[in-house]
Design a protein around this ligand. Structure first.
Ligand code: SF4
Length: 387
């Protein structure tokens, strides 16, 4: 089941919604096809022109769909006869073979590499490996996922179930010392973006009641989105986030720094940034006003497809955070960390095991707000009791 995923840096995860409309880590099909055109033209593939990737992919999809109909008769609920990012991912080797036959092996390889390096969203990858696949129509589909990554799907009751999880306040977690004694920290939405579809507000408004239930209040919930403006609208619609929700957004490069201003406008008691995967230095340009927590990390995935993570960026960010009193947390070094210009070789493919890191990078600070939350809750409960 995918309602929770294994996680190393916090206590647990929960996904009220599975799937996503995409972002810079899972671009639209048009952007992926453009990337193929760009790479083939840049490589000097003779007679390749802008727009040809779409034409060729269209042919590949048509052939695959015919084979699917022969194999299963009726397409499954997640099979779509359209040019989608998921279909491009699933049919990339067929496309590569077609281009290789017409333009040579090099062209085929470039096209496959262009697709694979465009798509680094881990949630999308898990969906792609477990759900409907136009190239493998007979494959079993795992329950608990969106039928296809782009079909954002609500799963009622998951937050209410998660609220019942054991209270970890004061519990020894010496294997994760950064969490020791704190309330349970649950990451919301690591298998999609709950703000992918505005029409889910009604659903989310009902589900979020779990955070403020007697059980849910005992925990802290980290809610991450790449759509902080929609998160702002949602928070406004419910009169502000409950005090145990940390509103968070992701920034991967200077291009997306604007998300921070939108996050600042979210009515929340505590706010955090996830700078992961970080693709370039952002320390000089980042504005940390009203931000309580910064998480940083490198990109993970096949080495050939991920961007390098220069650990100097970590030091720069740490200094900025400490100047401004912001808690700083190094989550993972990713699959291609560089330290002093040299690539590090780590056993953990995500670079998430801090016992392998140079000691100066083992920094996992938590906002004071998280540490004080249990007292805050006790005070508010005793006030309610007295009243
Ligand atoms: S789940 Fe997150 S990383 Fe993946 S496509 Fe959606 S917004 Fe991007």
């Amino acid at each position: 089941m995918s309602k929770v995923t294994k996680i190393q840096w916090c206590d647990s995860t929960v996904n009220p919604i599975m799937g996503c409309a995409g972002c810079e880590l899972y671009p639209s099909p048009e952007q992926v096809l453009k990337a193929i055109d760009h790479d083939l033209i840049s490589a000097g593939i003779a007679s390749w022109k802008q727009g040809m990737a779409r034409d060729f992919f269209h042919r590949v999809l048509r052939e695959a769909w015919q084979l699917l109909l022969v194999a299963v008769g009726e397409p499954g609920s997640g099979h779509v006869n359209e040019i989608t990012t998921t279909n491009i991912r699933h049919l990339r080797h067929r496309l590569g073979a077609k281009l290789a036959a017409s333009f040579g092996t090099k062209a085929g390889k470039i096209a496959v590499a262009a697709i694979e390096s465009s798509l680094s969203c881990y949630a999308a990858q898990l969906h792609a490996n477990r759900t409907f696949n136009v190239d493998k129509p007979l494959r079993n589909v795992k329950r608990g996922y969106a039928p296809t990554f782009e079909s954002v799907t609500p799963f009622p009751g998951r937050l209410a179930d998660a609220a019942k999880w054991k209270d970890l306040t004061g519990v020894d977690r010496s294997e994760k010392p950064w969490l020791d004694g704190m309330p349970r920290l649950t990451f919301v939405s690591d298998m999609g973006d709950a703000f992918s579809r505005k029409q889910d507000f009604g659903f989310l408004e009902r589900e979020i009641l779990a955070f403020q239930s007697q059980d849910g209040q005992r925990h802290l919930w980290l809610w991450l989105t790449k759509r902080p403006e929609k998160m702002r609208q949602f928070a406004e619609s419910i009169g502000g986030f409950p005090p145990n929700v940390c509103a968070m957004t992701t920034v991967t490069s200077t291009k997306h720094l604007g998300r921070i201003a939108a996050l600042r406008a979210v009515d929340a008691s505590v706010r955090g940034l996830s700078l992961e995967p970080l693709w370039e230095s952002v320390a000089d340009k980042i504005d940390l006003t009203d931000i309580d927590w910064v998480i940083v990390g490198g990109e993970s995935g096949a080495k050939a497809n991920v961007s390098p993570f220069h650990m100097e960026w970590v030091h720069e960010l740490r200094d900025r955070c400490h100047e401004q009193g912001v808690a700083f947390f190094v989550k993972q070094l990713g699959s291609r960390p560089f330290h002093n210009g040299k690539e590090l070789t780590l056993v953990d493919g995500h670079g998430g095991d801090w016992s392998e890191w140079p000691i100066e990078f083992c920094q996992r600070e938590m906002p004071d707000y998280f540490r004080n939350y249990a007292n805050l809750l006790e005070r508010s409960r005793s006030r309610a009791f007295v009243a």
